[in-house]
Design a protein around this ligand. Structure first.
Ligand code: PEP
Length: 256
């Protein structure tokens, strides 16, 4: 089965509403002019941008819009939280769940993240579920165990049918925003490991259908070598997704 090739941008907590709309329209125009391939493009913005970007995207092109987080609760007295239903109502279709910044800075546990995954799926949002080891875990050699635990507690409770709806992202924490990138071989090794874990938990068919993105200082200079690897199906792009030219060049890695 052919897996989807995907490039997703993670704008993090950047850009005013006006700046976000302006960057998005720039990206959308460039996509219209330059992208001919079948790759899926997703832009994950702050909540404040979602409705405007979704409206723009609907009328202009088909870039998917995603949130970067969501509440594990359905609705009610949770001041400051944003629910899956609310995100869906903006027209957004995806949500990053378990980004390492959420895990490390906001203390989100594997257990909490599994509830967020359930909420997303319940409301028809596609989770982009992130896993990744720290520098220390990489150096101590425990990283396969860490990744296995993140998968087991975060997403392996799903039925095969629901699991097939998600996108996974391998984001080594030591490579995020640091300018350090996993080498294509290091990334491929982990992606193949993740796919094997999916075979063990579900089956080969499910494993073959899941897109696994690489994230961590991906840029136009290194995306080609990374995305050429068998088990790397695209990228989750932080810093470089804020520059339209860089983001487009990464998307177009699939067209050369
Ligand atoms: C990310 O935050 O998901 C990410 C991959 O960031 P960067 O590309 O800036 O390392």
């Amino acid at each position: 089965m052919m897996r989807k090739k995907i490039v997703a941008g993670n704008w993090k907590m950047n850009l005013s509403l006006q700046e976000g709309v302006s960057l998005f329209s720039e990206i959308a125009n460039m996509v219209k002019d330059e992208v001919r391939g079948e790759q899926e493009i997703i832009v994950c913005s702050s909540f404040i941008h979602l409705a405007s970007l979704s409206n723009y995207s609907k009328s202009q092109n088909n870039i998917h819009i995603g949130a970067q987080n969501l509440s594990h609760e359905e609705n009610g007295a949770f001041t400051g939280e944003i629910s899956a239903l609310q995100i869906r109502s903006t027209g957004a279709s995806h949500a990053i769940i378990g980004h390492s910044e959420r895990r490390a800075i906001f203390g989100e546990s594997n257990e909490l993240l599994s509830q967020k995954v359930n909420k997303a799926i319940e409301h028809g949002l596609t989770p982009i579920f992130c896993i990744g080891e720290t520098q220390e875990e990489r150096e101590s050699g425990s990283f396969f165990e860490v990744l296995k635990e993140q998968l087991k507690k975060g997403v392996f409770h799903l039925s095969a049918q629901d699991f097939s709806k998600i996108i996974l992202a391998y984001e080594p924490v030591w490579a995020i925003g640091t300018g350090l990138t996993a080498s294509p071989d290091q990334a491929q090794e982990v992606h193949a490991f993740i796919r094997e874990e999916i075979v063990n938990q579900y089956n080969q068919e499910v494993a073959d259908s899941i897109s696994i993105l690489y994230g961590g200082s991906c840029n136009p200079g290194n995306a080609g070598e990374l995305f050429a690897k068998d088990d790397i199906d695209g990228g989750l792009i932080g810093g470089a997704s804020l520059k339209s030219r860089d983001f487009l060049d990464i998307i177009n890695v699939f067209n050369v």
